[in-house]
Design a protein around this ligand. Structure first.
Ligand SMILES: [Zn+2]
Length: 107
């Protein structure tokens, strides 16, 4: 499909350079395709940046498996995780927090 498209573009460019058709007839659709590609790519980057959005219902953290905390290396804030919404760690001070699991000591 792409080879056929490139063949059409090359034939159109050849015809335009030979003076058979105006050059704008070739450049305007190419500019439109370029603008469309940039728009779709920027929307795709917005979608990839949403990995913090949960893909399922929140799941409660079982206390038997250990305490899950998140630590901010910027300011030292620490959070206890009770319900997990997504696998991505939360952000604090503009950076991702570090996950730490404290396993309960069994006697
Ligand atoms: Zn912080």
């Amino acid at each position: 499909m792409k080879r056929a498209l490139w063949a059409v573009i090359l034939v159109a460019l050849g015809a335009a350079l030979a003076g058979r058709i105006p050059l704008e007839w070739v450049l305007a659709p190419l500019l439109g395709v370029a603008i469309w590609s940039v728009g779709v790519a920027s929307l795709g980057s917005l979608r990839r940046g949403g990995d913090h959005i949960p893909d399922g219902p929140p799941t409660p953290v079982e206390p038997e498996d250990g305490r899950v905390t998140y630590l901010c290396s910027g300011c030292g804030a620490e959070m206890l995780l009770l319900v997990r919404g997504s696998a991505t760690p939360p952000r604090h001070c503009g950076e991702r927090m570090h996950e730490r699991t404290e396993v309960p000591h069994l006697n």
